[in-house]
Design a protein around this ligand. Structure first.
Ligand code: B12
Ligand code: SF4
Length: 507
């Protein structure tokens, strides 16, 4: 078991994690390993729930609720030895602000950066003085080594320079250690420390986030998972997908069920339905031993009607399937997704036939997307008739293959890429397609918002939508449609986010 045994004598450390907006599954695993070794672990949580939320932005309110100063003060007064910042591209600038404040208030605290943004663009992250150490990739073992092997003798600190996954600025220039292989046996990781977040925001437990696997066998060009595949392939690790055992996953869920707070389970696995041999025994035991309604991600390939029936019997209330484009050329050439329209349609039909709500995702504004592709979008999504369509403007995440495609297509400049690598997502032309054809995309989003409501009648509304989308302020219609649809299908995400914000306790 990872984290077995105690930290060497005199090396029990105070470790302060910082996070914002949501629960972070990875952080709860890191915390579990550190606590198992006897370290004192705390979380400074800033709810900022609407900060990264594309549907609602409330900058004025955000400023008033900002907890940055309190977090810095906590690191000082608690005398944290390590400040651990978990970074998405979205929160990277904020993490730098926190780390810079902590370095001023308590210079002897080691700032450690990790997470997907850091793994994507470590060179850019290493440029910042406020980052003492960064950890690429999976960090259960590497962070434990950083915490236990850092020497604090003489009032300063010295982090060893030979730790795998770890990069830093050394006395003789940058130190860039290679990755260690992925953790092959996920059962060797202790149960995640969910209490770390529930102590701060008890309402989070109402929807338990379960992660029975890591990574994904697919390699969509816009997704960071593909970047992980490339990085680990460099050290010869070709494992793209790992699973915890059925026993371990059921045991975790049984603990959650016995606590009696969770009303629903969300399987956050990248694609929950990938491994049929695992699902067969799991679904049966889930139905008999857990039985709470659940949500999960799926992929158009790999599902047949019988499997969907058993997923429904086990308690799925909704599944989310990425469709992303109605044009199979855009899917194939721009997104590296190879499923046919027929497969997308038949999987969707199965899901609906077995009484599971179907939510589909649509990325808008892929490079070179044009009017013909938008027409194909409408055709496919009309035929799908899902219960919800979420449209997301394409975000170019650092280090993904989509960035290369965006550069090739002239949608991005080298300056754009530099800005996003440094966490300035807002400086992207978010995104070129949408800026060039705002009305066409406004119209498309309204139409997508109407499909789940108006069903087959939506087509007849097209002339009206065309007219309305010319009016100033018509961009507000799409979020209103989404909110109304959420009420219709009983999706409580919005009220859940409000509860998270209102229910957060003091640091
Ligand atoms: C589950 C999930 C969520 C969940 C739960 C959040 C979470 N991370 O647990 C929810 C739904 C809340 C979520 C929200 C968002 N997500 Co999300 N999410 C994922 C998903 C599918 C799995 C993450 C996961 O749990 N992996 C398993 C754990 C064990 O791995 P891990 O998180 O990488 O953590 C390990 C290492 O990164 C490292 N590590 C992590 N933190 C730290 C900190 C330190 C100090 C160290 C040393 C190491 C370290 O050690 C961990 C353990 O090994 C990933 C896709 C993926 N496969 O990564 C997308 C992904 C991370 N999400 C993404 C995005 C964009 C978002 C949102 C911004 C979307 C939005 N616009 O709202 C929000 C961010 C909200 C927020 N600030 O929390 C992107 C991030 C891309 C990027 N470059 O920023 C990803 C990669 C998907 C993608 N599009 O490619 N997400
Ligand atoms: S299927 Fe989902 S998680 Fe897997 S690579 Fe594609 S977008 Fe990423």
């Amino acid at each position: 078991m990872l984290g077995e045994g105690q930290a060497p004598e005199g090396r029990c450390r105070r470790v302060l994690f910082v996070y914002n907006s949501n629960e972070h599954i990875g952080v709860t695993y890191l915390s579990a390993v550190l606590k198992a070794r006897g370290h004192d672990v705390r979380l400074a949580f800033d709810p900022q729930v609407f900060r990264g939320e594309p549907l609602v932005r409330l900058p004025g309110v955000m400023q008033r609720l900002d907890k940055t100063k309190q977090i810095i003060e906590l690191a000082r007064s608690w005398q944290a030895d390590f400040l651990c910042c978990s970074c998405y591209t979205d929160n990277f600038r904020w993490m730098l602000e926190v780390a810079a404040g902590v370095k001023r208030a308590r210079p002897e605290c080691v700032t450690v950066f990790g997470g997907v943004h850091v793994t994507s663009v470590p060179e850019a992250v290493l440029e910042y003085e406020e980052v003492d150490v960064l950890v690429r990739g999976e960090a259960e073992e590497a962070l434990m080594e950083v915490v236990e092997r850092t020497d604090f003798a003489g009032g300063g600190f010295s982090v060893p320079t030979d730790l795998k996954n770890v990069w830093m600025r050394g006395p003789d220039g940058p130190v860039r250690n290679p990755l260690r292989p992925y953790i092959a046996d996920l059962d060797s990781v202790p149960m995640r420390d969910f209490q770390l977040f529930y102590n701060k925001v008890p309402v989070m437990e109402e929807n338990y986030l379960c992660m029975g696997s890591r990574s994904c066998p697919y390699a969509c060009s816009y997704c960071s998972v593909e970047m992980y595949h490339r990085n680990y392939a460099e050290i010869g690790d070709k494992q793209r997908y790992r699973r915890r055992s059925v026993d371990a996953t059921i045991a975790e869920l049984a603990i959650i069920k016995a606590r009696g707070v969770a009303k629903t389970i969300s399987f956050m696995d990248d694609v929950f339905t990938v491994d049929r041999r695992w699902l067969d025994p799991f679904l049966e035991r889930y139905r008999d031993e857990i039985g709470l309604p659940f949500w999960c991600y799926t992929y158009p390939s790999g599902l047949d009607d019988d499997l969907v029936r058993r997923i429904a019997e086990a308690g799925a209330w909704m599944m989310t399937m990425g469709v992303q484009s109605g044009s199979k050329e855009v899917r194939r050439d721009m997104m590296n997704r190879r499923e046919s329209d027929e497969k997308v349609l038949s999987t969707a039909a199965s899901i609906k036939r077995h009484g599971i709500l179907l939510s589909v995702d649509k990325i808008i504004g892929a490079p070179v997307e044009g009017p013909v592709d938008r027409r194909k979008d409408l055709e496919l999504f009309r035929r799908l008739q899902p219960d919800r369509i979420l449209t997301f403007p394409l975000t170019y995440f650092p280090g993904t293959d989509m960035v290369r495609k965006g550069l090739e297509a002239g949608e991005l400049t080298a300056e754009d890429v530099h800005a996003m690598d440094h966490g300035h997502l807002e400086q992207q032309p978010l995104n070129g397609r949408l800026v060039a054809e705002p009305r066409a995309y406004r119209k498309l989003r309204i139409q997508m918002g109407l499909i789940p409501f108006a069903g087959r009648h939506e087509r007849r509304l097209e002339p009206l939508v065309d007219l309305v989308s010319r009016l100033p302020g018509s961009g507000a219609i799409q979020p209103v449609l989404l909110a109304a649809n959420a009420l219709r299908i009983g999706d409580s995400k919005f009220s859940y986010l409000l509860k998270v914000m209102a229910g957060a306790k003091e640091l």
